[in-house]
Design a protein around this ligand. Structure first.
Ligand code: GDP
Length: 204
């Protein structure tokens, strides 16, 4: 088991682009619709119970949270960056606008962004908002798609879902390298594969 992810600890919160740390080390961003399972995925990947946590109030956590990786007695070797969950039906347009302004611009403009993890609730279709979000990414940014909560599906259903999501992604005709993994924070399904992908993308 690679231990790099287990070193994750809270680094800094960024509420405005001007507060971003000077770009120096690789960063991997986590994005996903609210309630998709993003916080649970980050915690499982880093073997922590409450590194990332979802705010119960829509729109409350409109900030980027940076988690540092690497030896604790040294400056961060890399960052995992948790972006605010998007797509609460109740979120006013102003909140959507501020997501685009902060997280959207971060995803589109950050030079040290190595890769993006998109967390999907496997029982839902890829939403308009997921597509909107992919639209911010440069054409070469690798994307790992975690089909979260896959423990809720049987094996056959999981494979069917994987094929359906793959077809939907194909239809978007994006050139980004895409990896699709059935994932469960509860059972550990896909955990090793996802960790291996993350470590490869921050260290290569
Ligand atoms: P976030 O809003 O995307 O950060 O989502 P959370 O990680 O807070 O998860 C939303 C809900 O889904 C919570 O009730 C979690 O307990 C549940 N959940 C998250 N991951 C899983 C999973 O792998 N399996 C199951 N069955 N439930 C999960």
């Amino acid at each position: 088991m690679n231990t790099l992810l287990a070193t994750a600890r809270f680094g800094t919160t960024v509420a405005r682009l001007a507060q971003l740390p000077a770009p120096g080390v690789p960063e991997i961003a986590f994005v996903g619709r609210s309630n998709a399972g993003k916080s649970s995925a980050i915690n499982a990947l880093c073997q922590r119970r409450r590194l990332a946590f979802a705010s119960r109030t829509p729109g409350r956590t409109q900030a980027l949270n940076f988690f540092a990786l690497g030896r604790e007695d040294q400056p961060a070797a890399a960052f995992l960056v948790d972006t605010p969950g998007y797509g609460y039906a109740a979120a006013p347009l102003a909140v959507r606008g501020s997501w685009d302004h902060l997280a959207g611009r971060y995803l589109g403009e950050r030079t040290v962004l190595r890769a993006v993890v998109l967390v999907l609730d496997c029982r839902r279709e890829l939403t308009e908002l997921d597509r909107h979000l992919l639209g911010f990414l440069g054409p070469a940014t690798p994307v790992l798609i975690l089909m979260a909560k896959s423990d809720k599906l049987g094996f056959a259903e999981r494979e069917k879902t994987r094929r359906r999501i793959a077809l939907t992604l194909d239809a978007l005709k994006r050139s980004n390298p895409l990896t699709l993994i059935p994932f469960s924070a509860n059972t550990g399904l896909g955990l090793l594969e996802a960790r291996e992908w993350l470590v490869r993308h921050v260290t290569e």
